[in-house]
Design a binder for this molecule. Structure first.
Ligand SMILES: CC(C)(COP(=O)(O)OP(=O)(O)OC[C@H]1O[C@@H](n2cnc3c(N)ncnc32)[C@H](O)[C@@H]1OP(=O)(O)O)[C@@H](O)C(=O)NCCC(=O)NCCS
Length: 167
């Protein structure tokens, strides 16, 4: 095996895990998930069926990547950030997986700790989502997004330096 899975984690069948990837304590990876090379999944990360995760992705502790979410290369998911896949959930009237709304997080974007991403949106290349923000719309490439609901307050570069602020 050219990847690492801690013995406390559970990997279902038909999962692809790339070279150099590390999956730490108490993770659960469901069938059909694809995780690229050189990724790091912290403690208590859940990856749902058929989720695709690119190369160099870092997922901090306590993150669930639900079906319908795709993370491109070098995405950073801060601790306890939240993805969703049903816009208007009802326990008694489940929408079913065919109606999950997709979320795409593009190359190099970062999501801050405890941020929530409402499903059906794309987070652009290199975007930076602040800690605790709630994303309710598509996020432009390299946008710095803050607050509830998240608004663009500036721009960042690929390294995450803030290069402009909106007054
Ligand atoms: C959003 C962020 C990138 C802003 O960085 P910054 O602009 O250098 O931060 P500053 O401290 O200069 O704050 C600028 C303003 O934004 C506010 N602000 C900063 N972070 C905020 C946040 N997460 N939510 C709401 N407002 C925030 C500050 O209070 C300040 O407001 P003011 O101008 O009214 O005083 C940063 O605060 C952040 O949230 N980073 C994510 C951290 C994280 O989750 N890391 C995960 C890995 S451990």
């Amino acid at each position: 095996m050219d990847f690492f899975v801690h013995e406390s984690s559970y990997i279902e069948e038909n999962v692809e895990i790339g070279k150099g990837t590390k999956i730490w304590h108490f993770c659960h990876i469901q069938a059909g998930a694809k995780i690229g090379e050189n990724c790091s999944l912290g403690q208590n990360v859940y990856v749902s069926s058929n989720v695709k995760i690119g190369n160099g992705v870092k997922i901090q502790n306590n993150v669930s990547v639900y079906e319908g979410v795709e993370l491109e290369d070098n995405v950073f998911c801060g601790p306890s950030c939240v993805f969703t896949n049903v816009l208007i959930p009802r326990s008694k009237f489940p929408k079913g997986k065919d109606n999950y709304k997709k979320t795409l997080v593009k190359n190099g974007a970062s999501i801050g700790a405890n941020a929530t991403i409402i499903c059906g949106h794309t987070i652009g290349i290199g975007a930076m989502i602040a800690a605790g923000a709630v994303v309710t719309s598509d996020v432009p490439d390299f946008a710095l997004m803050v607050g509830v609901p998240a608004r663009q307050v500036g721009s960042v570069d690929m390294e995450g330096q803030i290069i402009s602020r909106i007054k």
